[in-house]
Design a protein around this ligand. Sequence first.
Ligand SMILES: NC(=O)c1ccc[n+]([C@@H]2O[C@H](COP(=O)([O-])OP(=O)(O)OC[C@H]3O[C@@H](n4cnc5c(N)ncnc54)[C@H](OP(=O)(O)O)[C@@H]3O)[C@@H](O)[C@H]2O)c1
Length: 262
Amino acid sequence: MEFNGKVVLISGATGGMGEEIAKLLSKEGCKLAFFSRREEKLKEISSRLSNDKTKCIFKKCDVKNIEEVKEAVEFTHKNFGRIDVAILTAGVLIPNPIQTFDSKIIKNSMEINFMGTVHFIESLLPIMKSQKSGTIVATSTLPDRRGVPGWGAYGASKAALSWLMESLRVEAKQRYNIDVITVKPGSVKTPMLEGYERHGAIPAKKAAEIIIGGIKKGKKVIQFPLGQVALIRMMDAFPLSAYDSMDIDQQKGDGYPSVEEE
Ligand SMILES: NC(=O)c1ccc[n+]([C@@H]2O[C@H](COP(=O)([O-])OP(=O)(O)OC[C@H]3O[C@@H](n4cnc5c(N)ncnc54)[C@H](OP(=O)(O)O)[C@@H]3O)[C@@H](O)[C@H]2O)c1
């Protein structure tokens, strides 16, 4: 797929990967619509990336709020007349250690990472169905198959998302010619990982290049970086006894907040 002339909606456009994706697409001659909660930052990115070839619009949108998401999609459609690609990156990473296990953290993670994406998909589908074309790209995570100690809230929201996207992919294509793509990043240096040491983390710009390159090639699943893909998929195949004997602190990763024992 070529991006030139396409209308592209980006959620989480103020984030590490979202902004880098926006930067790359601003060189491709797209019509870009940016959404997230920080309006000032959206405004700054829009004015910086607008150029002769690229028109940018933006609107404040909390993905937890279904009405705001509907307005975001309508705003894009009204301004540009169609929506070719939606790149949904909005997300949060909140640890939930067993010592302070908290359903509010799980609810919030589900509402942003999972339902936030669902809200967009629901609003986008009628437009893309009537166009008989479109591409929906959602951002899950590389470790989306097995639980990771301390990261259950995040992992559950992303595993649910991977499942949903996998389910939608075949019917969306066969019935309406809509492409559904799941992005599964390993560690990427963005504000999300600030304070965490992740070995092999790649720069956000590199991640954006891989994502845009994967969409152009028509990939169904875009997972990276290669070394981490090999490691995580190998761990997916570990028998339970081997998986359960791994050191908990190593699994949680460097920088995981220490928690007082109750
Ligand atoms: N970095 C990694 O290593 C990594 C690995 C695997 C998967 N991912 C996933 O990749 C995606 C992008 O992550 P990133 O690393 O670029 O994170 P980031 O720099 O923290 O950016 C997150 C983005 O999500 C937006 N956001 C958060 N809550 C929102 C809400 N309620 N409504 C609307 N927007 C919201 C933020 O904007 P506002 O604060 O302005 O609302 C920001 O633009 C996320 O889905 C993340 O889970 C990241």
